[in-house]
Design a protein around this ligand. Structure first.
Ligand SMILES: [Fe+2]
Ligand SMILES: [Fe+2]
Length: 393
């Protein structure tokens, strides 16, 4: 009935709304992560990154500092110049903070005239000179006719036993002290001794110990697991999982390859392709991983996710050949995030491929290797993350 041309037209009609839906979803994901006025991380996204950075710093015993920057007399500026002018000033302040900090520092707008700054690999005292310079910059920043009236800053360094909430509270107390002595200065928190410390659960300690063991055994696998955590957690959140579920998926992502501690070195580090018998051994790692984790009380669900992290949506994976929703959701998320990271990483036998190639592969195998819903959630997150990267936050 239809000529080829009109059939193409019909296909286009169907594809266009679908493409628009995908675009809208990407925009929505970005809106949730970015503050629309400044392009910096939104308060929620900043808190998410704070938790991740605290976890990473604790696991690898790295330094981490955070600062809260509060602009002075902001309400008075608003009354005098109006909201629109002051919005422009906030944009200028955001650009100045972004331009004065390092590329890997994370910046969020966490209150009306308040910014959060995360400084990885930086101890509190070492952060101070750069932060003092930033304060001087903020005294002269302006937009149109108005000038900012300067700022105050509270700085805190992560110390033993601190969690994200304690670090944030510590920076906030230091900010109050800076404002209390007249403002226009940076005050470093004395320490966290006086703050309530959230007790780490025994499972948490065990998970960390295992992660360190894996990193010691095989640096690539350890770092690969680290990268997979962030993507898996974000995909789980995009799929509407509860906070506790997201935590479980993140723990499973960190430990998904823990079974590789039992794989002999010459197989684990072999630069070329594996023989059939070597493959058989390598494919044991999810089952070994499950066995290790089952020993730890409270990690049963995580152990189950790890066992099935190589199952395929169409039933073609291992170890049990499960298909569809019979595979735990966490496992379906991890296999997709794992594939993206493996494609975009350098390996001894091949160079890293670009983001677009990895996304193409995820899309091509949605419905066969991967759960299509999971693929969409993960790709949504990856686009949002790249847009944030383009904005340098
Ligand atoms: Fe694996
Ligand atoms: Fe993996």
């Amino acid at each position: 009935m239809f000529g080829r041309g009109s059939q193409d037209g019909l296909l286009e009609e169907v594809a266009r709304p679908r493409q628009r839906v995908a675009e809208l979803e990407t925009e929505r994901a970005r809106d949730l992560r970015l503050d629309s006025l400044t392009g910096l991380l939104s308060p929620r996204a900043f808190r998410g990154r704070l938790s991740e950075e605290v976890e990473r710093a604790r696991r690898y015993r790295r330094a981490l500092s955070m600062a809260i920057i509060a602009l002075a007399d902001f309400a008075a500026l608003e009354l005098r110049h109006g909201f629109r002018a002051v919005d422009e000033l906030l944009g200028a302040v955001a650009r100045r903070i972004a331009g004065t900090t390092r590329a890997h520092d994370l910046i969020g707008r966490i209150g009306h005239a308040e910014f959060g700054l995360l400084l990885p690999d930086t101890a509190g005292q070492a952060a101070l000179p750069a932060l003092e310079r930033l304060l001087v910059e903020l005294e002269v920043v302006g937009e149109g006719a108005i000038r900012a009236a300067g700022a105050s800053m509270g700085v805190a360094a992560l110390s033993r036993g601190m969690g994200p909430e304690t670090l944030l509270a510590s920076a906030r107390l230091a900010l109050a002290r800076a404002q209390g002595v007249g403002g226009g200065r940076a005050v470093l928190a004395a320490g966290a001794e006086h703050l309530a410390e959230p007790a780490a659960t025994p499972q948490h300690d065990a998970i960390e110990a295992l992660a360190v063991a894996l990193l010691e055994r095989d640096r690539y696998t350890g770092e690969h697991s680290e990268a997979v955590i962030e993507m898996s957690g974000a995909a789980a959140r995009n799929l509407g999982c509860s906070g506790a579920e997201v935590d479980r998926v993140r723990s499973a992502a960190l430990l998904h390859d823990i079974g590789k501690v039992a794989i002999p070195d010459d197989i684990l580090h072999k630069p070329g392709p594996l023989t059939d018998s070597e493959w058989r051994l390598m494919k044991e790692h999810p089952v070994i991983g499950e066995r290790i984790l089952r020993v730890l009380p409270g990690l049963g669900t995580v152990a189950r996710i790890v066992r099935h992290e190589h199952e395929h949506w169409d039933g073609g994976g291992y170890p049990d050949g499960l298909a569809g929703e019979a595979i735990p959701l966490g496992s379906r998320i991890i296999i997709a995030a794992d594939t993206y990271h493996a494609i975009t990483s350098d390996r001894p036998y091949r160079a890293a491929k670009p983001h677009d190639v990895a996304v193409e592969e995820l899309t091509r195998c949605a419905g066969s290797q991967f759960d299509p819903k999971v693929t969409a959630a993960l790709i949504g997150h990856l686009y949002g993350r790249r847009q944030m990267g383009a904005l340098r936050v």
